[in-house]
Design a protein around this ligand. Structure first.
Ligand SMILES: C[S@@+](CC[C@H](N)C(=O)[O-])C[C@H]1O[C@@H](n2cnc3c(N)ncnc32)[C@H](O)[C@@H]1O
Length: 452
């Protein structure tokens, strides 16, 4: 474990951009590279967009983001559209060729690109990717689709193709068929831009300055697609970007000022900033040095401080300080955030989700180890899967009779009660606050350690 301190002394974050500009600066070629690299599941769309989009003009970067976002949101549909006309070759080029075809179909049917442009640019992409022997095939398949259009298989709705079966299955079992359908449809949509203001009493003022809507829970909501750095107040550190659902857990402690609060699994630091802004002596722990750089940067920009510990929170140091409260935002399948991260549809799986369950359990045990008697433990995940939320807390409470839930109330959420369960937990769904643009899926429980 390594501990350091972030303050507002002008410390430069170590995030000097060192990556070289990509060789290929054609957004379609970069989209192909990104799709190829996403297949491994390790690296995220955002990381790849940062890597590949770096040297592009802002127009091309937007096109790249839009092309990939549309492809990932319609992937099942796209494959169904291609299926009657295209069978991948049995050679090493199969994946590349399939992804080229997919990008062509996206432009043909799911983007505002002319048919002619969609077909020609995809043929060129096949050529530039060195797949000369398949150029005629690409041309024939896309021209055929342009001419004839497509029909989805009988009785199948688009969302059923675009959301993987494992997710549909769990959502149906957990939320019922109708709700699962609504959740899937909402998850395939786009999220708004949500902002947390550093000084709570300035929220209304900043909502006006930014031209946004102040949600009952305190988040300012703007239309997406804006250049964040150009918005008023960003450079002055008055606010940060944070989804409205993700902003709730850190607001639910009963005391902050002068209290020691752990933020376990803290990077990139949205919740660390909320805790620090409320006067807590915050200890932010994360195992990812790279992601912790963002915590330093963020704290520096908003002029707040926290102790930052690089280390595995499933194995905190023996002499780790005992705290008044613990916030545990556990690593999870992130299936509540598909609207922002459509690559989750491709990267996530039941097996991956299950592999995270023992880590979440270990993290809860460590949270207990460093929490003082009488202290509050808030556990949350941005997952829609009950295994990672409700079931984890149920099992923790069964093993720890010295803990009890402290029910979350609508009063604490500005009167918003849509997501409060009968247990007093939050089960936030993408269909919630629908009139105002929806929410990320999220789970949150607040427990109190009543005895040692
Ligand atoms: C959901 S993100 C946290 C988001 C963050 N709380 C916020 O509000 O900005 C999960 C984080 O858990 C971290 N993480 C995963 N496993 C960990 C572990 N065993 N110990 C510490 N951090 C871990 C990841 O590096 C990642 O930054």
């Amino acid at each position: 474990m390594r501990e350091s301190r972030s303050n507002h002394s002008g410390r430069r974050s170590p995030d000097a951009r060192t990556s070289a500009a990509p060789v290929a600066a054609d957004p379609r070629m970069l989209a192909l590279k990104t799709l190829q690299e996403l297949r491994g599941g390790e690296v995220t769309l955002d990381e790849l967009l940062a890597k590949h989009g770096y040297a592009l003009s802002s127009r091309d970067r937007n096109f790249l983001r839009h092309l990939l976002g549309s492809t990932l949101r319609h992937l099942g549909e796209i494959d169904a559209i291609l299926a009657p006309r295209y069978h991948p070759p049995q050679d090493r080029t199969a994946n590349r060729l399939t992804n080229i075809m997919r990008l062509g179909v996206t432009q043909l049917f799911f983007m505002d690109v002319s048919d002619h442009g969609a077909v020609d640019s995809t043929v060129n992409l096949a050529r530039d990717a060195g797949l000369h022997k398949y150029i005629k095939l690409v041309n024939a398949v896309l021209r055929g689709l342009q001419r004839d259009g497509y029909e989805l298989p009988d009785g199948v709705e688009d969302w059923q193709l675009n959301v993987p079966a494992w997710l549909r299955g769990v959502w149906k079992k957990t939320y019922g068929a109708d709700r699962a359908r609504e959740i899937a449809r909402a998850s395939l949509g786009y999220a708004k831009l949500d902002i947390s203001v550093r000084d709570a009493e300035e929220r209304a003022e900043w909502a006006e300055k930014l031209g946004g809507t102040l949600l009952p829970t305190g988040t300012i909501r703007l239309e997406s697609g804006q250049r964040i750095r150009d918005l008023p107040g960003y450079n002055d550190g008055k606010w940060w970007v944070q989804d409205a659902a993700a902003a709730l857990p850190a607001l639910l402690f009963s005391q902050y000022d002068g209290k020691t609060i752990y933020d376990l699994c803290a990077a990139p630091g949205g919740k660390t900033m909320q805790l620090a802004a409320r006067g807590a002596n915050t200890i932010a722990v994360d195992k990812s040095e790279g992601r912790l750089r963002r915590v330093y940067e963020n704290l520096e920009r908003v002029d707040l401080g926290a102790a930052i510990v690089t280390g595995d929170a499933t194995d905190l140091a023996d002499d780790a300080p005992i705290a008044d409260a613990v916030l545990l935002d556990a690593p999870c399948s992130a299936t509540g955030t598909i609207r922002r991260h459509p690559d989750i549809l491709l990267r996530s799986s039941d097996a991956l989700m299950k592999s995270l369950l023992p880590i979440q359990q270990k993290l809860l045990l460590q949270a207990d180890r460093v929490l003082a008697v009488g202290g509050e433990l808030i556990y949350c995940t941005c997952s829609m899967q009950p295994d990672e939320g409700e079931f984890q807390i149920k099992s923790f409470l069964a093993d720890h009779p010295n803990y009890a839930r402290k029910p979350i109330t609508a009063d604490e959420l500005g009167g918003w009660d849509e997501a409060i369960t009968t247990e007093g937990e939050l089960r936030i769904l993408p269909t919630h606050m629908a009139d105002l643009g929806g929410m990320d899926g999220f789970y949150c429980a607040r427990l109190v350690k009543q005895r040692g």
